[in-house]
Design a protein around this ligand. Sequence first.
Ligand code: SF4
Length: 337
Amino acid sequence: MNRIPDLDPYPDRPAARNSWILARRAGIARAEGLHPRRPSHWLRESEPDPAGGQAAILTVFLTNKECPWRCLMCDLWRHTLEETVPVGAIAEQLESALTADRAEHPNRAQWLKLYNAGSFFDPQAIPVADWPELARRAKSFERLVVECHPKLIRENRILPFQRLLGPRTRLELALGLETAHPEVLERLNKGIDREIFRRSAQWIRQHDMDLRVFVLVKPPFLNESEALEWACRSIDFAFDCGANTISLIPTRSGNGALESLAARGEFTPPRPETLELALAYGIQLGRGRVFADTWDLERLEADAARLSSLRVRLENANREQRIQRPTKSLTVDSASG
Ligand code: SF4
């Protein structure tokens, strides 16, 4: 991306932040080929399951209306539409992914992830009229994982869907904590604080659902050692809130806003060792499964040989939930912040 950085500071006033963030999208295109009746993408992956085996997972990236929040670090809007899709379109997307998956893979996936670059329980994104059909198709999986903003965790949205899904398919909600650093979390413009997150997480666990938490490794405004410390504190906080699974996401530029912060010295992506040390910390706790997101790893490591060995180490650690070799000693204070 060849953009001229601007030096306007990120507003301290929350009310001014949405327009600052939106202004920095200028010149960044949405992904090509998005269609309301086709999933943006689907893939097979696997994860260790709670019983110690490996679950085969079909992950479908649904095409739908953009999320209404304007988080400072988010570039998911690039894979979304500006309008709500017609009733029936999301179910069609799922059916086409299931058909394509069946054609390519003789073995059935055990889990289904329906990721929509926003919140599954946002009715502007996933029409409620589609729920019965989506639940009917998801019922053949052992587990369904969907994303949701912590503020949308409400009884009247989630419990009816859980009932449609029935008792044999475990519902897992994936929530972005992003960071437990109170000031940085506030500045991310996600509209939550630690207490809102904690209440939503507890509600999920009290209602017989599982909780997956996304944690950013090195959000803006933190230097490298603070980033490691707060990645570890965020892992502690997420487990304290009842997380079963934590996914560590290295913060990546690409949405215009982070480039602006980078030009002011307020953001750089994490070093690979920060991601790796945070993963090691989380796995060694033994409190639940912890994964490092390995997409776009080449943005963190330019050297081809080091990138290849980093990828192998992270994928092995993700799969085995074991650290094969100590990287560096962990010196962070592990107390939950
Ligand atoms: S809530 Fe999630 S999808 Fe929505 S803007 Fe924030 S990070 Fe992006």
